[in-house]
Design a protein around this ligand. Structure first.
Ligand SMILES: Nc1ncnc2c1ncn2[C@@H]1O[C@H](COP(=O)(O)OP(=O)(O)OP(=O)(O)O)[C@@H](O)[C@H]1O
Length: 579
C-alpha cells in the first residue's frame, strides 16, 4: 500500500473513536488473559487441600465477572469500530460517485463502467473490512499476546520457560514476509477478474434484447462463463496460497505447546513450578495461538485491502480531462456562435474527425446539419458542449473562447437532445423535468405537447406519474425519443441541439414537432442534426458535412441549386417518399 491518504485522513478525523475502541478491546483482552491465572490459582489451592465451598463460589464469581466484563468491553469496542467502518464505506462511496461525476466522457469510454462499479462495491467493501475487522483483530492479537505474557510473569512462571515455549512463534514474521506479497498479487488478480465479470454481466444484460433476437444465448452464456471461470481459477490460486499460510501459523503455535509440555512438565516434576503454573502456562499458550492466527488473518486481509485501497486512492486522485479554466467566466446572454479553423482528432486517434471547420451562427438562427454517417456531426456537438475540449481559439460563444467559459454555465445554457436519450427509472414527469425538478406539471405537459408525446402519456393509467424502467413500463423507441425531446425543451436553453433526435419518429409527427419548434423557439438558436432533409429544410442555414469538412452551405433552395450532395440526398429521399 503506497498511498494511504484516504485511510490516514479518515483515521485522523476519527482518532478519538478509534482510541476508545482500542481501549475497550484492550480492557477485554486483560480480562481474558486473567482467566488462566485464576484457574491456576484455583488448581494450586485445590491441590494444597485448602479449598472450601466459600472459595469455590468466590472463584466462580470472579470468572463470571471477568466473562461479563470481557463481553461488555469487547462488544462495545467491536460496535464502535464496525460503526466507523460503515461510516467510512458510506463516505467513500459518496466521494467516488462525486469524483465520477467530474470525469469526462472520454474517461468513461476508456475505463468501462464495470471496473468503476467494481471499485465502488468490492474495493470499498474490502477496505472497510480492514479498518473495522482489521482494527479489532490487530488490537486483539497484540494486546492479548502481551497481556498473556504479563499475566504469566505475574503468576511467577519463569521468564526462561515462557521464552523457550514462545520461540517457535518467532517464525511468524518470516512466514508473513514470504507469503504477504504473493497473497497480495493473487488477490489483485481476483479483484481484476471480478471487475471483468461485472463489466461483462453489465454489457450482456444491457444487450439482452439483441442477444435474444439473434438467438445466441448459448454464445452469451459461454462468454460470461469464461469470465466466471477466470475468477474461479484466480480464487483457487489465492485460496491455495492463503490456506498454506493459515495452516503454517497455527502449526508454530502447536509446536510451542509441545515444548511447554516437555520443558514445563519437566520443571513441574522437579518442583520448580507448581502444577497450577503448569496448567496456566498451557492454557496461556492455547489462548495465544488465537492471536497468532488472527495475525495471519489480518495480514491476509491487509494484503487484499491494500490492492483495493490503491485502486480507490488512484480513482479519487484522478484528474478530470475537462475542467474549468482558472479564470473561467459565466456565459453572457444569448450569444453568437463562431467556429474558426476547427480541426479535431479524438484522443488516441490519428485521424481527424473534423478538419478546418468555419461557421458563424447568429443568435436566434436555426441551423441544419446534414451529412452521412461518421461525417462528424455529433463530434461538432460534443465539442460545443465541451464533452471533449476543442483546441484553443477555435470555438467562440458571445466572443469568448468556450474553453474560458465555466462548464456549469455553458452546459446549463445548451439544451442537448441526443438520438438515444437515456431515460431514468423514475416517473415520466421527473424525466421531463430533469433539469429542474420543481417545474410545475402544466409546464411539463406543455412541453410534452410540443414534443407530440402528450397523448400517449396521458393515456397511461397513471399519466405523467407513470414509472419507467425496471419497475415500470417500457416506452417504444419513438416515445422514448419524444420524451427525451420534451426534457430538452423544458430546459429553455438559449441554444437547443437536436442530434438526430427525431430519427425514430414518423414523418407526420416530425413535421408536427418541427412546426411547434418554429413557433416556440423562434428567437432562440437551434441546431438540428438529421439524416432527413425534411427535418432541416426550413432552417435559416444548412451545412453539409462530409468526412469532417463542410462541403456545402446555404438555404434549402440554394443547396438544391448547387446540385451537390444535398440535392442528390433530397432527390433520393423525395423519391423514396413517393415510391
Ligand atoms: N469517442 C470516439 N473516439 C474515437 N473516434 C470517434 C469517437 N466518436 C466518434 N469517433 C469517430 O469520429 C468520426 C465522426 O463521428 P461522429 O459520431 O461525429 O459522426 P456522425 O456524423 O455524428 O455519425 P452518425 O450520423 O452515424 O451519428 C467517425 O469516424 C467516428 O468513428
Amino acid at each position: 500500500m503506497k498511498d494511504r491518504s484516504i485511510l490516514t485522513d479518515y483515521v485522523q478525523k476519527h482518532w478519538r473513536y478509534y482510541l476508545l475502541a482500542v481501549s475497550l478491546i484492550i480492557l477485554s483482552n486483560i480480562g481474558q488473559a486473567a482467566i488462566p491465572r485464576v484457574l491456576g490459582q484455583f488448581t494450586d489451592a485445590l491441590l494444597n487441600g485448602g479449598i472450601q465451598y466459600q472459595m469455590i463460589i468466590e472463584y466462580s464469581l470472579i470468572l463470571a465477572v471477568i466473562g461479563i466484563m470481557y463481553n461488555l468491553f469487547f462488544g462495545a469496542g467491536q460496535f464502535t469500530v464496525m460503526r466507523l467502518g460503515r461510516k467510512f464505506e458510506f463516505e467513500m462511496r459518496q466521494s467516488l460517485f462525486s469524483k465520477f461525476s467530474t470525469l469526462s466522457e472520454y474517461y468513461f469510454s476508456k475505463q468501462g463502467t464495470g471496473k468503476l462499479l467494481s471499485s465502488m462495491t468490492n474495493d470499498v467493501n474490502s477496505v472497510r473490512e480492514s479498518i473495522s475487522n482489521g482494527v479489532t483483530m490487530t488490537t486483539n492479537a497484540i494486546f492479548l499476546f502481551l497481556s498473556c505474557i504479563v499475566m504469566m510473569l505475574l503468576s511467577h512462571i519463569p521468564l526462561y520457560l515462557i521464552l523457550v515455549s514462545v520461540i517457535p512463534m518467532v517464525g511468524i514474521p518470516f512466514l508473513v514476509i514470504y507469503f504477504g506479497p504473493r497473497i497480495r498479487k493473487r488477490s489483485q488478480n481476483v479483484q481484476e477478474s471480478l471487475a471483468v465479470m461485472t463489466e461483462s454481466a453489465e454489457e450482456q444484460l444491457s444487450g439482452i434484447r439483441v442477444t435474444k433476437t439473434f438467438a445466441i444465448e448459448p454464445t452469451a452464456r459461454q462468454r460470461f462463463g469464461t469470465t466466471v471461470n477466470h475468477i474461479r481459477d484466480n480464487q483457487l490460486h489465492l485460496v491455495r496460497m492463503s490456506s498454506l499460510f493459515q495452516a503454517a501459523v497455527p502449526f508454530l503455535g502447536a509446536l510451542s505447546l509441545v515444548i511447554s509440555l516437555l520443558y514445563g512438565g519437566y520443571l513441574t516434576i522437579q518442583g520448580t513450578i507448581t502444577i497450577g503454573n503448569f496448567i496456566a502456562l498451557t492454557l496461556y499458550l492455547r489462548i495465544m495461538s488465537g492471536p497468532l492466527q488472527q495475525i495471519g488473518n489480518v495480514i491476509n486481509m491487509m494484503q487484499r485491502s491494500g490492492a483495493s485501497l490503491d485502486r480507490v486512492n488512484r480513482l479519487l486522485a484522478e484528474k478530470p480531462d475537462i475542467e474549468d479554466h482558472p479564470n473561467a467566466q459565466p456565459l453572457a446572454s444569448t450569444p453568437d456562435l463562431e467556429i474558426k479553423h476547427l480541426s479535431f482528432a479524438y484522443p488516441g486517434s490519428d485521424r481527424y474527425a473534423l478538419s478546418d471547420i468555419n461557421l458563424h451562427i447568429q443568435a436566434g438562427q436555426t441551423v441544419g446539419i446534414v451529412g452521412k454517417t461518421g461525417s462528424g456531426k455529433s463530434t461538432l456537438v460534443k465539442l460545443l458542449l465541451r464533452l471533449y475540449d476543442p483546441p484553443a481559439n477555435t470555438v467562440w460563444l458571445g466572443g469568448t473562447d468556450i474553453r474560458q467559459i465555466s462548464l456549469q454555465s455553458l452546459r446549463s445554457r445548451i439544451a442537448y437532445v441526443p438520438q438515444d436519450g437515456f431515460l431514468f427509472s423514475t416517473t415520466i414527469r421527473d424525466n421531463i423535468a430533469f433539469s429542474d425538478r420543481n417545474t410545475p406539471l402544466e409546464k411539463v405537459e406543455d412541453h410534452a405537447r410540443q414534443a407530440m408525446i402528450y397523448d400517449p402519456i396521458s393515456n397511461f393509467p397513471e399519466g405523467f406519474d407513470t414509472k419507467l424502467g425496471e419497475r415500470g413500463i417500457t416506452l417504444s423507441g419513438g416515445q422514448r425519443q419524444r420524451t427525451s425531446l420534451a426534457r430538452g425543451l423544458v430546459k429553455k436553453g438559449p441554444i437547443l441541439i437536436l442530434d438526430d433526435s427525431m430519427s425514430a419518429v414518423d414523418a407526420v409527427t416530425e413535421t408536427g414537432i418541427l412546426n411547434n419548434l418554429i413557433r416556440e423557439r423562434n428567437n432562440y438558436t437551434n441546431l438540428i442534426i438529421s439524416h432527413r432533409i425534411s427535418a432541416v429544410k426550413h432552417a435559416d442555414l444548412i451545412i453539409v458535412l462530409d468526412e469532417g469538412t463542410i462541403v456545402e452551405r446555404g438555404t434549402h433552395q440554394q443547396l438544391l441549386q448547387q446540385q451537390g450532395i444535398y440535392s442528390s440526398l433530397y432527390q433520393l429521399q423525395e423519391e423514396g417518399l413517393r415510391a
